[in-house]
Write a protein that binds this ligand. Structure first.
Ligand code: FES
Length: 128
């Protein structure tokens, strides 16, 4: 198995930031329409920075690993920094070639995070 696939499995087995925040400032749930899997992203803010972030829900190894990696990536960042994250950043982090179906898995948490932050900031969501 290559190192990237191992990294995905490691995040799947030991997800970072899995769970709930008692009183989140931002909470957004999104669903993968192809399989019905769901992810909810919750954020606790300190000013405009992400003090804590958690994800909850169910999904395949790729969606769970991507959520785990993404939450690690953005913890401590400002909401404006989050707006600057692009799909390709998540895919680089995962490091594997994905089919169109699997892309939806990989980007489920990203979409929930972006939508939650955009809603909070009252800005239009742009998926790049
Ligand atoms: Fe449902 Fe991947 S199969 S999110």
């Amino acid at each position: 198995m290559d190192i990237y696939a191992e990294n995905i499995l490691e995040h799947y087995r030991n997800p970072q930031n899995f769970g709930k925040i008692a009183k989140p400032d931002i909470s957004f749930r999104d669903t993968n329409p192809l399989c019905g899997d769901e992810i909810e992203i919750q954020i606790l803010l300190n000013g405009d920075r992400i003090k804590d972030i958690k994800f909850d829900g169910k999904g395949c190894a790729i969606s769970q690993a991507a959520a785990s990696m993404l939450t690690e990536m953005v913890k401590g960042k400002s909401l404006r920094d989050v707006l600057g994250i692009e799909k390709k950043n998540i895919l680089e982090e995962l490091g594997v070639q994905l089919s169109a179906v699997r892309l939806k898995c990989a980007l489920l948490a990203y979409k929930a995070l972006k939508a939650g932050v955009c809603t909070h900031l009252h800005v239009e969501m742009r998926e790049e």
